[in-house]
Design a protein around this ligand. Structure first.
Ligand SMILES: Cc1cc2nc3c(=O)[nH]c(=O)nc-3n(C[C@H](O)[C@H](O)[C@H](O)COP(=O)(O)OP(=O)(O)OC[C@H]3O[C@@H](n4cnc5c(N)ncnc54)[C@H](O)[C@@H]3O)c2cc1C
Ligand code: SF4
Length: 490
């Protein structure tokens, strides 16, 4: 044997990363299930189940191919690698570049050598060369470059369909009593059952834990959901927990699917007709635009970026984030219940409900970030940090997004069916039945009006604030709402 190839739990693809050039006659494969990863924090058990079972299935598939596989349970990754090296002394360890600063640092110090991380479509250096030339790092500019560079949805130098973006067509509210096609279920096998037992967890059938299951999920999305993805992508409804979202992020993030495979399937379906451009473009933008941009920004902005708290937000994490019974806000109750059930909600509840609430209540960004990291099936450091610190709670002073995504109840009422049965009224900003989102939205603008006055993209909102005649009552109600939320009573 010539070397040990270390496979982190988010590099589970045979044709990418360090495995691309692997050979069962020369390479030993090491995977480490570290206690830090499994029991170090209050991780959602569905998330742990998914990550561990996927890794064990992957290890099994490598054994079946003839590799010697060391699947080690250890206190830390480095302890696990030491165990593998005791069995194979003097073999060097190779790995694809890890996906977080912390792991990069730890493995480098231990002497692991890296090959390029090709689990993304954009090399880190290429992203940096784009970012270095930008005044503000607009996702839209990056995305257009990607479309041209990767030659996706292009007609010569023009975008297919005559526009780069069809967002206007993609903002429909949810239809009434919307059922949609049945969700794909993934049957559990022996390995799944062992992991479930180890975690004392009863897993859902929502998430696949094998490459075969991930491919089935991709095929199911393309066949049953892709055409309708766009128009309803921002809608939220208690009738249908995923609408037409792909549910592919966990697999693209842990390596069971490569983004190029997802894009290939999407482009093929679009080219064969039947998928409207607004759905095709909307979905492709998420993969070649948002996902690549977020990863690029993580590496570009550096390891200290996650500590930003430019709005000086110091409220402790609200109890409603972990206990849906600690609030009467129907939208939050439904969302947190969904998360508790399957460790997933789509991007609008993440942004316009959870992050928006953290933003306008002045919740400490790092406490909120840690909670988001723990509860989502697809959460990784590289993706959570920019999404939460930059996009979600605007803690970076606008480095990533030019203005905060703050909104009141009117937006939530328009885009969901949550408000009708709620005890609060999205139109009210003062009084006992005022929607906490509406009250706190105006209070947030009021608290930060001096800072936001310098931002021309906020001028309309600040102008709206100046026209309010009930600011004293609003402040009073905001104080009550914040106290009530912290006490789990609102
Ligand atoms: C505050 C906040 C936190 C988020 N945290 C995560 C996270 O921890 N992990 C994660 O994978 N995504 C995260 N996202 C992005 C997005 O919400 C999820 O990727 C998406 O909901 C996953 O479901 P899906 O696969 O059905 O996505 P779809 O709606 O079907 O989108 C397709 C794919 O696009 C990619 N994508 C879309 N938006 C983003 C984005 N902003 N960042 C990165 N990838 C994106 C994902 O790979 C996703 O699978 C976050 C977004 C916000 C606003
Ligand atoms: S009224 Fe306000 S709190 Fe209630 S569901 Fe609507 S947005 Fe949420």
């Amino acid at each position: 044997m010539k070397r040990i190839i270390y496979i982190p739990f988010d590099h589970l693809h045979r044709n990418f990363g360090a495995l691309k050039a692997a050979n069962p006659k020369e390479d030993v494969i090491a995977l480490v299930e570290s206690a830090r990863m499994t029991s170090g924090r209050n991780w959602h058990k569905e998330r742990l189940f998914f990550l561990i079972s996927s890794a064990r299935h992957f290890a099994q598939s490598l054994e079946e191919e003839g590799f010697a596989v060391e699947y080690v349970q250890a206190a830390t990754t480095i302890d696990g690698l030491q165990t593998a090296q005791k069995k194979y002394p003097a073999l060097p360890i190779t790995c694809a570049e890890p996906s977080s600063f912390r792991q990069f640092d730890a493995l480098q110090k231990y002497g692991v050598t890296f090959v390029e991380n090709d689990f993304f479509l954009t090399p880190r250096a290429l992203f940096k060369s784009w970012a270095d030339t930008q005044k503000s790092y607009l996702m839209e500019s990056f995305y257009r470059k990607q479309r041209v560079r990767l030659n996706i949805l292009m007609e010569g130098s023009d975008p297919q369909g005559g526009a780069w973006n069809f967002d206007k067509e993609n903002r429909l509210p949810p239809p009434k009593k919307y059922e949609g096609p049945a969700y794909l279920e993934h049957a559990r096998d022996e390995i799944d059952n062992q992991v479930a037992k180890q975690l004392s967890h009863t897993p859902t059938t929502t998430w696949a834990t094998t490459r075969k299951g991930a491919l089935a999920q991709l095929a199911n999305f393309i066949k049953n959901h892709f055409a309708e993805f766009g128009p309803l992508e921002d809608a939220m409804t208690s009738d249908n927990w995923a609408l037409h979202h792909s549910l592919l992020s966990p697999y693209i993030n842990n390596g069971l699917l490569h983004p190029s495979e997802v894009i290939k399937a999407a482009v093929k379906a679009f080219n064969s007709g039947g998928v409207p451009i607004e759905s095709a473009e909307g979905f492709i933008r998420q993969i070649i635009g948002w996902r690549e941009y977020v990863n690029g920004m993580y590496w570009f902005l550096g390891p200290d970026y996650r500590e930003n708290n430019q709005l000086n937000a110091n409220r402790k994490l609200l109890p409603l984030f972990s206990d849906p019974n600690a609030t009467q806000m129907n939208c939050i109750k439904e969302t947190v219940t969904d998360i508790n059930e399957r460790a997933w909600v789509h991007h609008i509840p993440r942004l316009m409900l959870l992050s928006n609430l953290a933003l306008i209540t002045g919740t400490n960004p790092q406490e909120f970030l840690e909670w988001m990291r723990e509860v989502f099936i697809d959460a990784s450091e590289w993706v959570m940090v920019p999404n939460v610190i930059g996009m979600g709670v605007h803690a970076d002073g606008g480095q990533m997004m030019t203005k905060p995504y703050a909104a009141g109840g009117a937006y939530i009422s328009r885009m969901s069916n949550y408000c009708k049965p709620c005890v609060y009224d999205p139109k009210m900003r003062t009084g006992e039945t005022a929607c906490p989102f509406t009250t706190l939205y105006w209070d947030f603008l009021d608290r930060h009006k001096e800072a936001f006055a310098k931002n021309h993209r906020m001028s309309q909102q600040i102008f709206g604030l100046k026209r309010l005649s009930d600011v004293p009552q609003l402040r009073e109600r905001a104080h009550e709402v914040l106290e009530g939320l912290s006490a789990g009573k609102i």
